[in-house]
Design a protein around this ligand. Sequence first.
Ligand code: SAM
Ligand code: DTB
Ligand code: SF4
Length: 325
Amino acid sequence: MTNNILDTVAQVLTAAKNSWSLDEVKSIYNLPLFELIYQSISVHKTHNEPGHVQKCTLLSIKTGNCSENCSYCPQSAHYETKVESTPLLSLDEVITAANNAKASGSSRFCMGAAWRQVNDNQDFDNVLAMVKAVSNLDLEVCCTLGMLNENQAVKLKEAGLTAYNHNLDTSENFYENIITTRTYKDRLNTLTNVRKAGITVCCGGILGLGESHEDRIELLHTLANLNPQPESVPINTLVRVEGTPLSNNSAVAIWDMLRMIATARILMPQAKVRLSAGRSEMSASEQALCFLAGANSIFMGDKLLTTPNVEEDLDNELFMALGLS
Ligand code: SAM
Ligand code: DTB
Ligand code: SF4
């Protein structure tokens, strides 16, 4: 099987493939780690400039008190965490943050709201104004606002939205162990609405929820078979926050993270594979291995949405040391 799967991977060197069988994904994921990384480097070098890593900045525009029960999330109203809830930020606050992000070298600005779904109200109109203002700063604009209908997706597109982040998080089978207030189908439905509106798709997952390797393989299989594939794929490791049901989960081994990144890179050669939450728990050398394995985007800035991220100076040092641009 190893030789057959290496032939399949070799085909990816000429053209991205958009129908993967579960067995193919499994065979790639289960390659010996060095062989897997060697293959992902070849694919990465063919399709991208491996020394180029995109910097994105996150801003929580509406924090906490969310009606969903995502077991990993410090912003869910179902759990008692130290997150302070705040209403929607003002347009001025957002513009200031976007200007700062641009000055620090970010090319994408991503605004997150702790909503189950978008509602057609004043808050949504305000978000549309924020999208317009950020896109006028010549930044790629991304939002993650929960579920969207077709009409709302079109309005975001018209306001200048580049990308919409909506993660599948894990496999369809494991999903109900993590969230019960919505279904996997709901998630896929929003992704369809986003795609139909002509917005690029940012969709990935989280490692460390208690899922099996099979669940990770199934998640990668679902992502890689979205047609077209997501333009960006955030790979998060669980940030274990006190008060959430998953706060005592075990840490994710770096080998698992590398396996996930390298497989994502081979399956979705042109995607931005984003080393996302959990980076601040990694050493500089572990992060370097992630870039080697095919990650080519990060969230920069001292904060993710509500939890700490890597300090900007440390990121700049690492970029210098590795010669990344
Ligand atoms: N409420 C919207 C939604 O769920 O789509 C947008 C914001 S939500 C915080 C965005 C994503 O952050 C989630 O889909 C999840 O993948 C990720 N996330 C949330 N809490 C996390 C945690 N503790 N560790 C890692 N990733 C997390
Ligand atoms: C994604 O996949 N990771 C980011 C972004 N998309 C919105 C969010 C990570 C959140 C980590 C927990 C927090 O800071 O609240
Ligand atoms: Fe709400 Fe999003 Fe957190 Fe789930 S992940 S509780 S939907 S903010």
